[in-house]
Design a protein around this ligand. Structure first.
Ligand SMILES: O=C(O)Cn1ncc2ncnc(NCCc3cnc(NC(=O)Nc4cccc(Cl)c4)s3)c21
Length: 273
């Protein structure tokens, strides 16, 4: 692998390049491993911040989850981590085309060809995780990156857990992607990712998530009732997949393994590669 296992890394092992972004809890830089010349992304976090926000357990779980994932083209690799007196560092695969949500905000929305390719790749990553009894639980444009060749990279397993699970820590961030069983704080399993994939498909094609409301309570109500309005601009095939994923009953949600054969994906698959 590009980052040698067992080698002790320190900040001095890297030449630090440009700042890539200001993620949660820290900054991300482009970095080059001096010994191998390999380019990666280095996330720098203050230990006291992780402690203050009580996320060190989540952080350790992410490291553990990522360490038993092998290569998947649509999962951003976490190669390793190290720390100094005040900071923790994540050595991450570098996603050459940056953050998905920036591309989505800039374009407004994606067409059927691009959206269906992204959704098919994310379904492949989720299927891989589910087979390893891992649910991502935080699927949203902010946690998607784009690799050098335009492929999607599922990233940030800070919220992932091994199934079956009932959420212990409080939710933070947007409610938009939560399925009914999570906003109702019921036990949930890998099928929460299927719901989120439906929300993501909608947001890719429309430009905003389906149950978005100014007030949390209103969002919660629309999710609970599955108050879904799909605009006529969305193709019939895409609308079909969205409806099959945004099912209130988890067991009725469309299975990931059938996504590559769904008409919307098949119809919009490019002839190459
Ligand atoms: O996002 C950018 O700023 C832009 N960007 N652009 C290119 C690029 N290439 C790679 N990575 C990037 N960003 C880091 C993505 C992450 C992956 N894994 C993470 N894990 C995490 O933050 N865990 C974590 C931290 C603190 C507390 C807890 Cl509970 C969990 S962040 C890139």
């Amino acid at each position: 692998p590009p980052v040698q296992a067992l080698r002790q890394y320190s900040l001095d092992s890297f030449e630090i390049g440009r700042k890539l972004g200001k993620g949660k809890f820290g900054k991300v830089y482009c970095a080059r491993d001096k010994a191998t010349g390999y380019v990666c992304a280095l996330k720098v976090m203050e230990k006291k911040e992780l402690i203050h926000f009580k996320v060190e357990k989540q952080f350790r779980r992410e490291i553990e989850i990522q360490s038993n994932l092998s290569r998947h083209p649509n999962i951003l690799r976490l190669y390793g981590h190290f720390h100094d007196s005040s900071r923790v560092f994540l050595i991450l695969e570098y996603a050459g085309q940056g953050e998905m949500f920036k591309v989505l905000r800039k374009k407004g929305r994606f067409g059927d060809v691009l959206a269906s390719q992204y959704i098919c790749q994310i379904a492949s990553a989720l299927s891989y995780l589910h087979k390893k009894h891992i649910i991502h639980r935080d699927l949203k444009p902010e946690n998607l990156l784009i690799g050098l060749d335009g492929e999607v990279k599922l990233s940030d397993f800070g919220w992932s857990v091994h199934t079956p699970s009932s959420r212990r820590t409080t939710m933070c961030g947007t409610l938009d992607y939560l399925p009914p069983e999570m906003v109702e704080a019921k036990d949930h399993d890998y099928k929460v990712d299927l719901w989120a994939l439906g929300v993501l498909t909608y947001e890719f094609l429309v430009g905003n998530p389906p149950f978005e409301e100014p007030a949390h309570k209103a969002t919660y109500k629309r999710i609970s009732k599955v108050d879904l309005k799909i605009p006529p601009s969305v193709s019939v095939e895409a609308a079909d997949l969205i409806r099959r994923l945004l099912q209130h009953q988890p067991e009725r949600r469309f299975p990931l393994d059938q996504i590559p054969d769904h008409p919307w994906i098949v119809k919009n698959r490019p002839l190459w590669p």
